[in-house]
Ligand binder design. Structure first.
Ligand code: SME
Length: 169
């Protein structure tokens, strides 16, 4: 994985294009799912200056998302489906962009420094596996550009990695 080739100062779309070029080639269906989730979150976290936290919440028992592999500060361990930004993205199975978390009713603040957020559903064969969450200390950090490329990356990830039988509990 040649993360060093990505210059964080490049325009974001170029960074995403580089990620799309090299990252899927690193997805290995023979590796454990936790391994793949860990490196995916590390690759995204380290590609952008604006990201303060990047990681997965995985659907477990009791309609609850449990903290999975991530990069950043320790975070909330459990989120009920429908609660917070993660729970909302999980319940509607669509990407949620929050330009200002202080204006999102029910936002769960794991890090009081966080100001904006994007949460993308992670699915396999149209079934919810969990969500991928990115936070930023900047307001308005995430746009449709992030949504487009992150959805593409997650789609490729999900095609290759056997997420169907993954159990967090
Ligand atoms: N802010 C999220 C909780 C997870 S942390 O950001 C890592 C939410 O409202 O669901």
């Amino acid at each position: 994985m040649n993360q060093t080739l990505i210059d964080k100062e490049l325009p974001e779309e170029q960074i995403y294009k580089s990620l799309l070029e090299y990252l899927p080639a690193t997805f290995d269906s023979n590796e454990p799912v936790t391994t793949a989730l860990a490196n995916f979150s590390a690759a995204i976290f380290n590609a952008f200056n604006k990201i303060s936290w990047a990681g997965f919440y995985i659907l477990g028992e009791g309609e609850t998302l449990y903290l999975g592999p991530f990069q950043g500060k320790p975070a909330c361990t459990k989120i009920k489906i429908g609660k917070g930004v993660c729970g909302k993205a999980a319940s509607i199975m669509e990407t949620v962009i929050v330009p200002d978390v202080h204006k999102f009713p029910g936002h769960i603040a794991c890090d009081s420094g966080s100001n904006s957020e994007i949460v993308l559903p992670v699915t396999k064969n149209n079934l919810l596996i969990g969500v991928f969450d990115l936070d930023s200390y900047l307001l308005n950090a995430f746009t449709f550009v992030d949504k487009y490329y992150l959805e593409e990356l997650l789609k490729k990830f999900s095609e290759i990695i056997n997420l169907s039988n993954y159990k967090i509990l």
